[in-house]
Design a protein around this ligand. Structure first.
Ligand SMILES: [Fe+2]
Ligand SMILES: [Fe+2]
Length: 320
């Protein structure tokens, strides 16, 4: 709970102390509250990046909507891709509560001034990729996002609660699809294994650079925006996923992966951070295609926004 408006201190040092007390007491910061400019900027950057990832993330799976192997699979995939659009909208709304402008954020994405998750720059080559994205990519997103439900910024934390419930459906639909394919023909099982081979390492990169190369992490954790380090979340994901891979009957493509009996946690091989940096810098297999499509969607559909705005203005005038 915030202090009532009338009790608000007016000088910056007192406002800063009040903000720090809110964070220390694990209370939520709300849009009307004073906040340091760095906190606001960090949140806008993180929430925008998250929103862009949801929106760009519709593309790799959306490519399979017309080629889904049955009406049931098509309905499930359509629902999933629509959920991702909804996640993007919640998150842009959360960014707007911090003073950001939605159209401006989209422009920054298209002009490559803001980033989105590197994972969505890989192609979806077969229908097994749809299942593997649900299992691994949505699974990694859950590991990342569940702690964000306790993020210090109220609108972001609340958006994450619903998003996480839907991500859990996404992961299950992916795993169920893969279980079905693994009960199928040898060719279908080979398709699943091939997709796992291609997506495993990029999914580990979703947690971001290692802790000793993550310059903003310490400040984000001090502000309660982030609750766990990149490496801790990555480790949780590996520990959660290995038994699922065993149950599914696939091999994770890492000869060094093994359970450490002393810690009860899995050790895994070195991640190729040069690949991560190249993809993030715009040189992944699909970066240009993803941005070109987003640009075309903005430009081709501008008339819808214009028409809706004109209608709203006309309606507002009629009511007045
Ligand atoms: Fe999502
Ligand atoms: Fe999802």
């Amino acid at each position: 709970m915030s202090a009532p408006t009338l009790d608000r201190p007016t000088d910056e040092a007192a406002l800063q102390r009040q903000f720090e007390a809110t964070i220390a007491a694990d209370r939520r910061v709300e849009p009307r509250d004073w906040m340091p400019e760095g906190y606001r900027r960090t949140l806008i950057r993180q929430i925008a990046q998250h929103a862009h990832s949801e929106i760009i993330g519709m593309q790799p799976e959306g490519d399979w909507l017309l080629a889904a192997p049955s009406l049931r699979r098509k309905a499930i995939l359509l629902a999933k891709v629509q959920d991702e659009a909804g996640h993007g909208m919640y998150l842009y709304s959360a960014a707007e509560t911090l003073g950001a402008d939605r159209a401006d954020l989209t422009d920054k994405l298209i002009e490559k001034k803001q980033k989105y998750s590197s994972i969505f720059n890989y192609p979806t080559l077969t229908y097994a990729d749809v299942g593997v994205i649900g299992w691994l990519v949505d699974g990694a997103a859950i590991c990342n996002q569940v702690p964000l439900c306790r993020s210090s910024y109220g609108p972001y934390a609340r958006a994450m609660i619903r998003v996480c419930k839907e991500e859990s459906f996404h992961q299950r639909q992916g795993y169920e699809l893969l279980m079905t394919m693994m009960r199928g023909t040898p060719e279908q099982r080979a398709m699943v294994q091939d997709a796992v081979d291609r997506w495993w390492w990029p999914s580990l990169m979703m947690f971001g650079p290692p802790d000793d190369d993550s310059p903003n992490s310490a400040q984000s954790m001090a502000w309660g925006i982030k609750r766990h380090s990149n490496d801790e979340l990555r480790q949780r994901y590996v520990d959660m996923t290995v038994p699922q891979a065993e149950f599914l009957g696939v091999t994770l493509p890492d000869p060094e992966l093994r359970l450490d009996p002393d810690t009860g946690r899995h050790r895994f091989g070195a991640i190729d951070w040069s690949e991560f940096k190249a993809v993030l810098a715009g040189n992944g297999p699909c970066n240009d295609e993803r941005i070109a499509r987003r640009r075309a969607a903005r430009d081709d559909n501008a008339w819808v926004t214009e028409a809706a705005t004109a209608y709203a203005e006309k309606h507002a005038g009629a009511v007045a």
